[in-house]
Design a protein around this ligand. Structure first.
Ligand code: NAX
Length: 326
């Protein structure tokens, strides 16, 4: 049978990990068996051993092997896919620059380790926040890995936007196509209905309600993470794991004809976006590569929002440059 796909997951003992590992092991990426390689910090290894006991107890037919550890160079050895979920959350009294340096330390080290030991075909998806800038840091610290192999997760935002639009239009999520999240995975992100489709019709024409787009749809999607924390007392985990699987599966296996997905990838300047930042675009994927959907007309309303979110990413890049992380 096929050689297993080697999949690294960092922060594997965390909340997202607790959903993600079981989805991956039960075939979320496809039929090919997988080997899980799980990275944690030393104090979390015992908890991770417990999670591995549960993975064993599922007797997943497609799970070929599991390895755990706290040494990135060992865990990333030969990996074809690295899902970087583990990150340092913002603690009380922590300044933004503290957060950036704490995560900078993690993502410089992991970028370097991937550069050294990952498989030649490695693809790296960053879920840990601040995801776009963490991806930029890892990418910059892995000069031998093509920049196109790094992506930050905006698929959860994309899925949230699809769900909101389906609810508003009384349609099924299956009828929603061509949703786009532009910019940063943060409150400045811009979920764009102007190019989306509902049952083959332009979504904005179907909704025909600018006030809903501005005052309801955009803030609901952009602030959904906070709403979940409010309700659940903990941040989104199962939905973030699900989106992480969706993003990896589509990257490896391709997007369906007539649709696209949102991925934060290194900018080539498309749509007037500053080159070199990791920002979300509409993309199609094929044969393990992605390309930015070209030729969309950007109206004035969208322009202002895309520019504002990208300006935030340029600021984050300046901050991590200042800190010497890239
Ligand atoms: P948890 O705090 O439950 O888990 C994080 C895990 O990472 C912990 O077990 C910790 O020990 C581990 N870790 C810390 N430093 C590490 C290192 N250097 N190497 C390996 N592991 C390390 O957080 P969880 O709820 O699982 O969220 C993980 C990350 O995802 C957070 O940064 C969170 O903000 C981010 N999210 C991103 C989303 C997205 O859409 N891009 C949405 C969900 C989530 O908020």
């Amino acid at each position: 049978s096929a050689t297993p796909l080697k999949v690294a997951v960092t922060g594997a003992a965390g909340q997202i990990g607790y959903s993600l590992l079981f989805r991956l092991a039960s075939g979320a990426l496809g039929d090919r068996p997988i080997e899980l390689r799980l990275l944690e910090i030393t104090p979390a290894l015992k908890a991770l051993e417990g999670v591995v006991m549960e993975l064993d107890d599922c007797a997943f037919p497609g799970l070929a092997a599991v390895e755990i550890g706290d040494d990135a160079e060992k865990i990333f050895d030969g990996v074809n896919l690295a899902l970087l979920v583990g990150a340092r959350p913002r603690g009380p009294g922590m300044e933004r620059s503290d957060l950036l340096s704490a995560n900078g330390a993690i993502f410089t080290a992991q970028g370097k380790a991937l550069n050294k030991v990952a498989a030649d075909d490695v693809r790296i998806g960053v879920t840990g926040n601040p995801a776009n800038t963490n991806a930029l840091i890892a990418m910059t610290n892995a000069p031998d890995i093509p920049q196109q192999r790094f992506s930050a997760l905006t698929r959860l935002d994309h899925n949230r936007a699809i769900s909101q639009l389906a609810a508003k239009t009384g349609s099924s999520v299956n009828d929603i196509k061509k949703m786009t999240i532009w910019g940063n995975h943060s409150a400045t992100q811009y979920p764009d209905v102007f190019h989306a489709e509902v049952g083959g019709k332009n979504a904005f024409d179907v909704v025909n309600d600018q006030a809903w787009v501005e005052n309801d749809f955009i803030p609901t999607v952009a602030k959904r993470g906070a709403a979940i924390i409010d309700a659940r007392g903990a941040s989104s985990a199962a939905s973030a794991a699900s989106a992480t699987c969706n993003a990896a599966r589509d990257w490896l296996n391709g997007t369906p004809e007539g649709d696209w997905v949102s991925m934060a990838v290194v900018s080539d300047g498309s749509y007037g976006t500053p080159e070199g930042i990791v920002t979300s675009f509409p993309v199609t994927t094929k044969d393990g590569g992605w390309s930015i959907v070209q030729g969309l007309e950007i109206n004035e309303f969208s322009r202002a929002r895309i520019d504002a979110s990208n300006a935030e990413l340029v600021e984050e890049r300046a901050a991590v440059t200042e800190l010497g992380l890239i």
